[in-house]
Design a protein around this ligand. Sequence first.
Ligand SMILES: [Zn+2]
Length: 151
Amino acid sequence: MSTCWFCEIRPADASASIEVEMSTNVKKIAIPGTKYYKKTYQSDKVLVPRCTKCKMIFKKKDIIAWTGALISLLFGAGVAMAIAFLRKGSIGRIGWLDVIIGIIFFIIGSSIAIYRGIKVPGSNEIKNTITDDFPKVKKMKEQGWKIGIPT
Ligand SMILES: [Zn+2]
């Protein structure tokens, strides 16, 4: 097995690796007798090697970022309602100023969550953060392949 692409230190684990779906040669073909088209394309999957520890670090970052964003959203909404209540005596009478203050609290909270995610133990070992720069993915992109499957 190859070395983990993300830390470039530990051996990759098959269960922790990331599958990147790629496509090229997208064509729109008219379906005879109808006004509809169907898309045809060539697809391939690139396996980006990852170790179990990096998988765990990624997961922790995600959990911190998402729960942080959710808490910030609820907190921001709470702040907006509280200000509306203080200003107008009713939480139902939220004005644009209350909303803006709520959004500011949401942005501050989310930023803290993202920062905390960056500081997850082991994060400093991660050298590559995205699969897009993986050599095989990069090479295929240069040859006209795109990440993902056309919808
Ligand atoms: Zn790793």
